[in-house]
Write a new protein. Structure first.
Length: 297
């Protein structure tokens, strides 16, 4: 069966907005319940909310006339399933309070693995591309947490996982499951780009390399026809501009919002203007290329 391909329209926006609102409200309710009840009661409430969401998703799927609503409800159900498993582990004392990527923790790893399994089951049942986001996040987290202990090694594993995501996305792009590839492209861009910025953010030469990598991202956007690469590439260009505008190694876009007169004078506005001009020129070139491709026989 082919994947569902949601189209942008007023009704799809409302479905997404309503579903995400319900999800955030459910998570807020769980947070409030955890503050006022014991661990056992909290796990029970989490299970109840998950079962309600799962039943609603299955009913919508059985009806068949609301596949996107069913998929969004499945996203809510998977999120609440992760919350239930986390609450259950917390009640049993199986979750380490330490941060991720800091030593082997069976509870944390199995939590990710169970959430990954739930996302894969939901993806098979509902064929809803947004569920791939769970697969991307839990897959990255599980592999990185299992194989690394933080620092440079975690960044290296993250980079390699990102390349795997990119390979999988390219493979899906060529088949009938191409709607699933979107979130794999996003995951590849974030993991590869995040690790590159982690390694290269200390000096002018390193930020020049980040800017070059950002331009390569835009080239990948043209190659794969996936705008997520262009968005991340533009962010990389602006991050590099922020460094050259202030001379700071901090990863921040705040200098773009306002530069004090004592910090760099006209340097900041000039650097950002050049960065914006570069992005516009590349955008114009890509637009011309797209128009030519459409006119070609």
């Amino acid at each position: 069966m082919e994947a569902i391909l949601p189209r942008w329209a007023s009704w799809t926006f409302l479905l997404y907005a309503g579903g995400l609102t319900i999800l955030f409200a459910s998570l807020a309710a769980l947070s409030s319940l955890s503050d006022h009840h014991g661990d056992g009661a909290f796990a029970g409430y989490a299970l109840l909310l998950f079962l309600v969401a799962a039943a609603a998703a299955l009913l919508l799927r059985r009806d068949g006339s609301h596949p996107i609503a069913a998929g969004i409800t499945a996203v809510i159900a998977v999120s609440l399933f992760a919350g239930f498993v986390g609450a259950l582990y917390g009640w049993a004392g199986w979750l380490d309070s330490g941060s991720a990527f800091r030593g082997f923790d069976l509870g944390r790893l199995t939590l990710m693995l169970l959430t990954l399994a739930a996302a894969l089951v939901a993806l098979r049942l509902f064929r809803f591309p947004l569920l791939v986001l769970f697969v991307v996040f839990t897959g990255w987290f599980f592999v990185t947490d299992l194989l690394s202990g933080g620092g440079n090694w975690s960044a290296t594993v993250t980079f390699l996982v990102g390349l795997m995501f990119l390979a999988a996305a390219a493979s899906l792009d060529s088949g009938t499951h191409h709607p699933y590839a979107f979130w794999l492209h996003v995951g590849a861009g974030l993991t590869v780009g995040g690790s590159v910025v982690y390694f290269l953010h200390d000096g002018d030469f390193e930020w020049a390399l980040i800017a070059i990598a950002a331009l390569l991202y835009i080239a990948l956007a043209a190659r794969f026809a996936r705008s997520s690469w262009a968005v991340l590439g533009a962010i990389g260009v602006l991050l590099s501009a922020a460094h050259y505008a202030t001379g700071s190694s901090a990863v921040s876009l705040l200098p773009f919002i306002g530069l004090g007169p004592s910090s760099s004078g006209l340097r900041g506005p000039f650097v950002f203007a050049v960065a914006g001009l570069i992005l516009m020129l590349i955008g114009g070139l890509l637009a011309r290329r797209t128009a030519r491709a459409r006119l070609a026989p």
